[in-house]
Design a protein around this ligand. Structure first.
Ligand code: HEM
Length: 408
């Protein structure tokens, strides 16, 4: 079944046609399977919940690894999915282990606590209302793409405001960011990485010369326990936050609305009872997790994981999309149900690298979907099962979500 290379599963057309079915097949066989990624790298793909969670919490699965070139050699091609582009962009907290990770994360934790994020609520609501005003006007002229109208601009506007990045740069960022995570050609990834690094370099210089009130300016000047971020670390931090702001919450919102449209009875229930909203957002996260395999780890020794031994020097991808569909953890996991218990889902990862932006993502998701349903009747403008998903194995999101909006 499926495409094979040297006896290994290849994540190719069959995978992209239905990653959930593909994951289910692998999950049934064993906890982790050695596969060939779309660009030819070899990796171990973890598809079961228990083992995914265990791997994310296990320090033997490292983020950064001196033996990394050996992994590349073993895989015989450059694992471009690992982001081998402009060197400086990769030195962010998501790519390093303690003690560097501890130091970098500590510097930004304060800006993302639940309390600080809650203070952003009125502003997030305001931005959402403005976007929905515009969407309402456009909807009078025909169907519109909910990704373009709401799911994309909301999170990116919020993170650009937090970092005080000029909004004019937004479309450039969208294009670069799309290339970086979208399974593009290596040369394009390299070019986009360079362009983005160049832009961020200028931004850091600007903040250094003329600091503003924003938290990024504070970071440029920060010293925590006498510690400072060097130029490369600052650029990488801005990169991480901006990419996280671009590539994830957009999918939470669009994937969530997509599944509500596929389940009109649940959409109606949510409309009738707004107290279901927080639980619904958690089910969106579990059921169609925005991050699929953007969870790189490396083994420096042989590690037993469930019923397999992953050899030293392996690239390991923990699929959050797959783990969250494991019925051993979430009974009848392929059933979308906004009222089900979702505790322990892995959409934000687990362990040391647990998503820093989770409170912000939840806030944005709740406000966006809540306001959309309050103001409009939403119906699909095209066949839902024919809508294209974005290419690549890193993230899981729709290219577009054409809808008709009728003011209520
Ligand atoms: C880390 C998911 C939104 C900032 C992560 C990880 C996941 C994740 C799975 C861990 C990856 C790993 O362990 O390899 C998500 C999802 C989001 C979201 C599903 C939206 C629905 C955001 C937002 C921000 C953000 C809005 C901030 C603007 C970060 C940062 C890390 C991270 C800084 C690295 C944390 C660390 O290494 O300690 N995210 N994220 N995320 N996320 Fe998010």
């Amino acid at each position: 079944m499926g495409e094979k290379f040297n006896g290994l599963d290849v994540l190719g057309e069959e995978y992209f046609a239905d990653p959930h079915a593909y994951h289910a097949r692998l999950r049934e066989q064993r906890a982790a399977t050695e596969v060939v990624l779309p660009r030819g790298s070899r990796a171990w793909l973890v598809t079961r919940y228990e083992e995914a969670r265990a791997a994310l919490a296990d320090p033997r699965f490292k983020k950064h690894y001196e033996g990394f070139p050996r992994v590349m050699e073993l895989s015989q091609t450059r694992p471009v999915e690992a982001g081998v582009f402009a060197e400086s962009l990769t030195r962010h907290m998501l790519n390093v282990d303690p003690p560097d990770h501890t130091r970098l994360r500590k510097l930004v934790t304060k800006a993302f606590t639940a309390r600080r994020v809650e203070q952003l609520r009125p502003r997030v609501q305001e931005i959402t209302d403005r976007l929905l005003d515009e969407a309402g006007e456009a909807a009078g002229r025909g169907p519109l793409d909910l990704v373009d109208a709401l799911a994309f601009p909301l999170p990116i506007t919020v993170i650009c405001e937090m970092l005080d990045v000029p909004m004019e740069a937004r479309e450039d960022f969208r294009a670069w960011s799309n290339v970086l995570v979208g399974g593009s050609e290596p040369a394009d990834i390299e070019a986009a990485g360079k362009a983005m690094a160049g832009y961020l370099f200028e931004l850091v210089e600007h903040k250094r010369a003329t600091p503003g009130e924003d938290f990024f300016s504070a970071l440029v000047h920060a010293s925590e326990d006498g510690d400072r971020l060097d130029q490369g670390e600052l650029i990488a931090m801005a990169f991480l936050l901006l990419v996280a702001g671009h590539e994830t919450t957009v999918n939470l919102i669009a994937n969530g609305v997509f599944h509500l449209l596929r389940h009109p009875e649940q959409l109606a229930a949510l409309r009738d009872d707004r107290s279901l909203l927080p639980g619904a957002v958690e089910e969106f996260l579990r059921y169609e997790s925005p991050v699929n395999q953007a969870t790189f780890r490396y083994t420096t020794e042989d590690v037993e994981l469930g019923d397999v031994v992953i050899p030293a020097d392996s690239l390991v991808l923990v699929s959050l999309l797959a783990g969250n569909r494991d019925s051993a953890k979430f009974p009848d996991a392929d059933r979308f149900d906004i009222t089900r218990p979702t505790g322990g889902h892995l959409a934000f990862g687990h362990g040391l690298h647990f998503c820093l932006g989770a409170p912000l993502a939840r806030l944005e998701g709740e406000i966006a979907v809540g306001a959309l349903l309050e103001r409009f009747d939403v119906t699909p403008a095209e066949r839902l099962d024919a809508l294209p998903w974005r290419p690549g194995t890193l993230i899981r999101g729709l290219v577009s979500l054409p809808v008709n909006l009728t003011p209520r």
